[in-house]
Write a protein that binds this ligand. Structure first.
Ligand code: BES
Ligand code: MN
Ligand code: ZN
Length: 495
């Protein structure tokens, strides 16, 4: 789908969407259309009781006096309450509606859609962003494509602010590309996307100027990464550690760092998961996928920041050689871990990835993302990701970026009382706590591998995959986190 911006004009063919605020009487293009159609616009508004409430719409088919196929009036809500999220939802819903109607080209007119918080250019760009995000499809494994709705070919946005809109959209489009990469990686089946294949796809970022290094098992053994390697020990697929570096900032400036859990498939290992829903565990690399998509976005938009992405990519399988409950492994940090449950594997991967990242890069901060615990969904549902941190400022920045991008995070507590739940009888720690506070004890485990760097952990088990459908996303893998972290970087760590 081609998204473009132009001045306001009534086209000759295809569909026309007119975005109007609540209570506004038709002026400008709306008044022109009303005149050309012999008053049909005002009549339709009245007949449908349409006042421009957010989420409401009226449709006129083949309007008399025009060669357009249809006109849709779309409510944007009160003028003072327009938001970026609201605009994205309008763009997304329009794409869905036009595809259902088998339209191939739509022109959306935004006249006077702006307020003190959002400029006309930004509003138009966000409509485009929502349209683009909604247009995502993952149907490469469907041999019969004919049932699928024909995709819209062209989505043009008419605005008096076409130039700033085009510029703002130029950046958003790159963020969307990063999100699409994340969605693709999460959606791919686990027989296709195993660790070395994931590493290969990360390597492709080098064409955007990202420096990519891949460590295999021999290199990780040399580094002493017994915690990560233990997880992949039962798999015939080789474990990988991928390091991505984007140097868009000042030379010598400390990087910001993102670390991802990349369990390409999580059977639970010897502590085997029950069969129901196990197929979802192909998405257990959602953290790593987010880090990869984020690096794509930062590099594509040439962010003025030094950023590193480190992902631990493994497969957790039961096998004659698999790790056992009771095993004790030694992590790169030197700390020993008693394995209680081989299904608590994500923290074992992150332990070595976090330690490696801090030691090698001494970053300004480290943020890890992981589909770490089912318990986070019990606590927060699918609306918020869990946030755990040793730093109040970084937490506040994440919360604020989350509200702005509608990828929300909720901070949960940490502390010594939780930490002691992972003390082990035989080793320095064990990989599970007791029955309670499962997401918190998992976070406490991670914190034991952070020395003195500002750190935040996002538990995205509820937000990265099996996502509820929304106006801007119908994909199973949501791409969650790319926008959030891009925003964090853009607002506080660039320039
Ligand atoms: N990958 C799972 C967590 C998960 C569950 C993600 C459901 C997405 C949806 C993780 O590796 C896991 O198995 N965690 C265990 C931890 C337990 C053994 C302490 C869990 O949450 O049950
Ligand atoms: Mn697991
Ligand atoms: Zn897992």
């Amino acid at each position: 789908m081609k998204i473009s911006f132009a001045d306001i004009s009534i086209g000759k063919t295809g569909a026309l969407a007119l975005v109007v605020t609540e209570g506004a009487t038709p002026t400008g293009v709306a008044a022109d259309l009303d005149r050309k159609t012999g008053g049909a616009i005002k009549r339709a508004m009245k007949a449908a009781n349409f006042t421009g409430k957010a989420g409401s719409s009226v449709e006129l088919i083949a309007p008399h006096g025009l060669t357009l196929s249809r006109i849709v009036l779309v409510g944007a809500g009160k003028s003072g309450e327009l938001t970026a999220t609201g605009m994205e939802n309008i763009g997304g819903e329009l794409v869905a509606r036009m595809e259902r109607a088998k339209e191939t080209s739509v022109s959306t007119i935004l006249d006077g859609i702006a307020n003190g918080k959002i400029t006309a250019g930004e509003a138009a760009a966000r409509v485009g962003f929502g349209a683009k995000l909604r247009s995502y499809r993952f149907d490469k494994y469907k041999s019969k494509k004919k049932d699928a709705a024909a995709p819209l070919k062209s989505f043009s946005i008419g605005t008096k602010a076409a130039t700033p809109a085009r510029k703002a959209y130029g950046t958003l489009e790159k963020i969307a590309d990063g999100m699409f990469l994340t969605r693709d990686l999460v959606n791919e089946p686990p027989n296709v996307l195993y660790p070395t294949e994931f590493a290969k796809r990360a390597r492709a970022l080098s064409k955007l100027g990202v420096k990519v290094e891949v460590l295999g098992e021999a290199a990780m053994e040399k580094l002493g990464m017994g915690s990560l390697l233990g997880v992949g020990q039962g798999s015939v697929r080789e474990s990988q550690l991928v390091i991505m570096r984007w140097n868009g900032g000042k030379a010598g400036d400390k990087p910001v760092a993102f670390v991802g859990k990349g369990v390409c498939f999580d059977t639970g290992g010897i502590s085997l998961k029950p069969p129901a829903g196990m197929e979802d565990m192909k998405g257990d690399m959602g953290g790593a996928a987010c880090v990869t998509g984020l690096m794509h976005a930062l590099a594509a938009r040439k962010a003025k920041v030094n950023a590193v992405g480190v992902i631990g990519v493994v497969e957790n399988m039961p096998d004659g050689n698999a790790q056992r409950p009771g095993d004790i492994v030694t992590s790169m940090s030197g700390q020993t871990i008693e394995i209680i449950n081989t299904d608590a594997e994500g923290r074992l991967v992150l332990a070595d990835a976090l330690y490696y990242t801090e030691k090698r890069f001494q970053p300004k901060f480290m943020i890890d993302l992981a589909t770490l615990t089912g318990a986070i969904m019990i606590a927060l549902g699918k609306e918020y990701a869990g946030l755990f941190s040793n730093d109040n400022k970084l937490s506040a920045q994440l919360a604020e970026a989350g509200e702005a991008e509608n990828e929300k995070v909720w901070r949960l507590p940490m502390g010594p009382a939780y930490d002691k739940a992972i003390n082990s009888q035989f080793a320095d720690m064990k990989n599970t706590g007791d029955r309670y506070g499962g997401s918190i004890t998992a976070a406490q485990f991670l914190l034991r591998f952070v020395k003195d760097t500002k750190w935040a952990h996002l538990d995205i088990a509820g937000t990265a995959m099996a996502s509820p459908k929304s106006s801007i996303n119908t994909s199973w893998g949501s791409g969650w986190g790319v926008r959030l972290l891009n925003r964090l970087v853009a607002d506080h760590y660039e320039g």
